[in-house]
Write a protein that binds this ligand. Structure first.
Ligand code: NAX
Length: 325
């Protein structure tokens, strides 16, 4: 039996975690042979609800679960954590401007970044799901000077998976036939879902779909999919977000076998993007590390879309510059 790994989840009484915690506990993230210790963080008023989640986790009698910690103290939740999934965030309230939202979340993620710095495993892998995810990840990273910025990532895998399905359905193929999908930039409506390098069942996607569909249906549909879910379900994406968080962490930890996936990671200047911002890139993962796929040719359309989403991330960073530690 392997030694257990410690997995911290924040916002653990929320709707994404209600799927996420159970799937991690059943071995979907790290495999059916990897025991886990769940370290669940909530705010104090939600501790009663979190206790209910813990009761249900216990009632599942998951063979892989070695222990469950439920706490409202980030230092306890992140103690020796090997993986940290930062899901909890402050939602936009009535009358709240975008800047207020960024600041409210900056306050949360600066505290959590410091708690990770002081308590987590030195190899911790951090995934920020809570919105605005890219900039929240930047804030957490800036407040964790003893950890490598590369340990801080944000989630665009849900956008990636959404794009895979849209293209597979349009071409009458299966998602597993689609290769090299890319989401560039921010997890927001400015993200750029790029099919220029995609192949579907071995054929270039750009030859299988009309340009008009790509520009005027596919791109906006992927960008606006979150809003469409809210309209239909009356609540935001939860099980699909949890599933994508599991995909992101599994691939980062266990590798992608050469397949390209999208992860929001600290820019190193690749493709002319401002270094430091957390920007979604095409990556491959191996041996617990991710690497940006280099050398992809970009046309003017792509360059302009990539710049627009980069500009938004620069603006978000400027709004919280004073909190970057
Ligand atoms: P919920 O409101 O159901 O749950 C969030 C939970 O976080 C609540 O239980 C709350 O008490 C807790 N929380 C708030 N502040 C906290 C703190 N400082 N420490 C610990 N816990 C805290 O939201 P849910 O639907 O689960 O969504 C969570 C976040 O994911 C939201 O910010 C949402 O916008 C974001 N999403 C991100 C996606 C992505 O692709 N990156 C997609 C799905 C989702 O919209």
């Amino acid at each position: 039996m392997k030694d257990p790994v410690r997995i911290a989840i924040t916002g653990a009484a929320g709707q994404i975690s209600y799927s996420l915690a159970f799937r991690i506990a059943s071995g979907d993230m790290l495999g059916k042979d990897q025991p886990v210790i769940l370290q669940l963080l909530e705010i104090t008023p939600a501790m009663e609800a979190l206790n209910g989640v813990v009761m249900e986790l216990n009632d599942c009698a998951f063979p892989l679960v070695q222990d469950i910690v439920a706490t409202d103290d980030a230092n306890v939740a992140f103690k020796d954590a090997d993986f940290a999934l930062l899901v909890g965030a402050r939602p936009r309230g009535p009358g709240m401007e975008r800047k207020d939202l960024l600041e409210a979340n900056a306050a949360i993620f600066s505290v959590q970044g410091k708690a990770l710095n002081d308590n987590a495993s030195r190899d911790v892998k951090v995934l920020v799901v809570g919105n605005p995810a890219n900039t929240n990840a930047l804030i957490a990273s800036c407040n964790a000077p003893d950890l490598d910025p590369k340990q801080f990532t944000a989630m665009t895998r849900l956008d990636h998976n959404r794009a895979l399905t849209q293209l597979a359905q349009k071409t009458g193929k299966h998602v597993t036939d689609v290769e090299s999908m890319i989401i560039w930039g921010n997890h927001s409506a400015t993200q750029y879902p790029d099919i220029a390098h995609c192949k579907v069942a071995g054929k270039p996607a750009a030859e299988l779909v009309e340009r008009d569909w790509y520009e005027n249906t596919f791109i906006p549909d992927v960008q606006q999919r979150g809003a469409a879910i809210i309209k239909a379900r009356g609540a935001s994406s939860a099980a699909s977000a949890a599933s994508s968080a599991i995909d992101h962490m599994r691939d980062w930890a266990l590798g992608t076998n050469g397949q390209i996936v999208s992860m929001a990671i600290p820019s190193d200047g690749s493709y002319g993007v401002e270094p430091g911002i957390i920007y979604s890139y095409p990556v491959t993962c191996e041996g617990g590390k991710y690497e940006i796929v280099q050398g992809l040719a970009l046309d003017d359309f792509s360059k302009q879309k990539m710049k627009a989403t980069e500009d938004e991330l620069r603006e978000e960073r400027a709004a919280v510059e004073h909190l970057l530690g």
